[in-house]
Design a protein around this ligand. Structure first.
Ligand code: CA
Length: 227
């Protein structure tokens, strides 16, 4: 697995790349924004670990530029603060996940494995599962069987995207809350139910046989129940 690490703090970069190599990742490192962008453009990496605060060009700009150029390499953003703004900005700029410094190596490896498992959007920016397709460009949910489509709100889109990317796995309410709101906050857990219900209504609206199933006491899973 070929990985690009863009991190300007020398000791951090060194420690991280050693750890990653021990886990059999093939690591290239860059220590500033512009060289990170050039490397990401020029080499087909499997994943990019991107620090936010970088000399020359920050991580948000790099992620945005890559996405604009249709380079869809999964990006794990390293944010220094646990601030909501950074996290939201990170995900909005096109990062796939984020990790707040300081973090444990175990946590980093878990995130990288999750990223590697992702069902990445196909070349035209769509994700699909069962009889549904998510169109990134128009933020629409399409039921291919029924030929119906509906626009999704940003949160509904993020919710379905996350469920599709992790198909076959049960996701907890906490995982969904963190993914949608980008932070871990008790008060938001109930809102997850609200957005799940909005999203279910839209699935029903387009006539889809795909359902968000609650797994009692564990979480939620996407299932296609074709009859
Ligand atoms: Ca930095």
């Amino acid at each position: 697995m070929k990985l690009l690490l863009v991190e300007d703090e020398k000791r951090m970069a060194q420690a991280l790349s050693e750890l990653l190599r021990q886990e059999n990742y093939d690591v290239d490192t860059c220590s500033d924004g512009p060289s990170g962008l050039e490397a990401a453009r020029g080499t087909p990496y499997d994943m990019i670990i991107l620090d936010v605060m970088l000399p020359g060009m920050d991580g948000f700009q790099i992620a945005r530029t890559l996405r604009r150029e249709k380079i869809r390499t999964p990006i794990l953003m390293l944010t220094a603060r646990s601030g909501l703004d950074d996290t939201v900005a990170g995900l909005d700029s096109g990062a796939d996940d984020y990790l707040t410094k300081p973090f444990m190596a175990k946590e980093l490896f878990a995130r990288l494995r999750a990223l590697a498992r992702r069902n990445l959007p196909s070349g035209d920016g769509t994700l699909s599962f069962g009889d549904i397709v998510l169109e990134a460009g128009t933020a629409s949910l399409v039921c291919t069987a029924a030929g119906q489509s509906v626009r999704l709100s940003e949160k509904e889109y993020r919710l379905l995207e996350y469920l599709i990317a992790n198909q076959g796995q049960i996701l907890t309410r906490e995982q969904l809350a963190v993914r949608i709101w980008g932070f871990d906050h008790e008060a938001e857990y109930n809102n997850v139910e609200v957005y799940l219900s909005f999203t279910r209504k839209k699935l029903a609206f387009v006539g889809s046989q795909t359902a968000i199933k609650a797994v009692r006491g564990i979480g939620y899973e996407l299932r296609y129940e074709h009859v």
